[in-house]
Design a protein around this ligand. Structure first.
Ligand SMILES: Cc1ncc(COP(=O)(O)O)c(C=O)c1O
Length: 313
């Protein structure tokens, strides 16, 4: 690895030159069948012609527009994403961590705008990963990432997974929301039981809390459903997305119901690059493909084959 890079990664020595579908091709011509997919990012493989076409067309039109102007690609993406799930509104960012920052801000602001400014703490779960910004590291609560960076950002209380009584006991007068990955990614692809997700939803309804699903890794058709929570039949108030949403082009999104986003007025949040025309065009091209029922059914069929399970339609 070049000494000119901040040494925070220790990459494999192979140097890739390009990708074709599910294959990565090294500079020396060796071909690798890629099961890593950029850690759940290259959901449609490499150089997908529909995505390349969208990027090239948009690249000749407009790359960047400030959010002081309307961005038609972002508007279309927001309309399509919200029409496909529980949400009414979307905010676009450039990464997963930023999408989660927005989710955290929406949850805190919701209670503030309802006259409950003391409710700003968020319950998260053991084994979680929500990103590497200061707040999302604190939300994840992993000492390995937090050590050496000063006091963790305050406002996160961690609970064990699958233990609803522990969560009940943790909810206090300052709790604003619960935040969970329906399938934990970084801690080893650990699905959270649908029953536990349902219990969390019930607890939120009972105590006036918001439920945040981090679907950055498990969303965008990864489970054979557009969003993982749709298989569980449990609906959040706020959901973060990134990774597969851009098929490799950086984009994150935070989706919310209008009720949850109450309090997010002009000026409450922002991003220079979030929702730019290039990212919007590529993410719309990703949606053209993954929103197709046939594609989702094929993902479920292949998943069943790999797991050796009988295939469910
Ligand atoms: C569940 C989950 N949340 C958040 C993130 C952070 O996303 P990003 O690296 O794009 O900031 C990740 C990244 O691996 C993730 O898997």
């Amino acid at each position: 690895m070049s000494d000119a890079l901040l040494p925070v990664f220790s990459p494999a020595s192979v140097l890739f030159d390009h990708g074709e579908g599910a294959w990565l091709v090294a500079a020396n011509g060796e071909r690798y069948l890629d099961f890593g997919a950029g850690i759940a990012v290259n959901a449609l493989g490499y150089s997908h012609p529909h995505l390349v076409g969208a990027l090239e067309r948009q690249g000749r039109k407009l790359w960047h527009l400030s959010n002081v102007y309307r961005i038609s690609e972002a508007e279309r993406l927001a309309e399509r994403l919200t029409a496909a799930c529980f949400a009414d509104v979307a905010f676009f960012a450039n990464s997963g961590a930023e999408a989660n920052e927005c989710a955290i801000k929406i949850a805190r602001r919701h209670h503030h705008a309802h006259g409950r400014p003391e409710r700003w703490r968020i319950i998260t779960f053991d084994g979680a990963f929500h990103g590497r910004t200061l707040a999302t590291m604190a939300a994840g609560g992993n000492r390995k990432y937090l050590d050496g960076f000063g006091p963790p950002v305050d406002g996160f209380d961690q609970c064990p997974l699958e233990d609803i009584e522990a969560v009940r006991a943790r909810v206090g007068p300052r709790t604003a929301a619960l935040m969970i990955e329906p399938i934990q990614g970084e801690s080893g692809i650990r699905p959270v039981s649908h029953g536990f997700l349902r219990q969390l939803r019930e607890l939120c309804d009972e105590r006036g809390l918001l439920l945040i699903f981090d679907e950055i890794q498990c969303g965008m058709a990864r489970t054979g459903h557009l969003f993982a929570h749709q298989e569980a039949g449990v609906v959040p108030d706020i959901m973060s997305l990134a990774k597969g949403l851009g098929g490799g082009f950086p984009i994150g999104a935070c989706l919310a119901t209008r009720g949850a986003a109450f309090g997010m007025r002009p000026g409450a949040h922002g991003s220079t690059f979030g929702g730019n025309p290039l990212a919007g065009a590529v993410a719309n091209a990703v949606l053209d493909i993954v929103m197709d029922d046939g594609v989702l059914a094929e993902i479920r069929r292949k998943s069943a084959l790999l797991r050796g399970l009988p295939c469910r339609p």
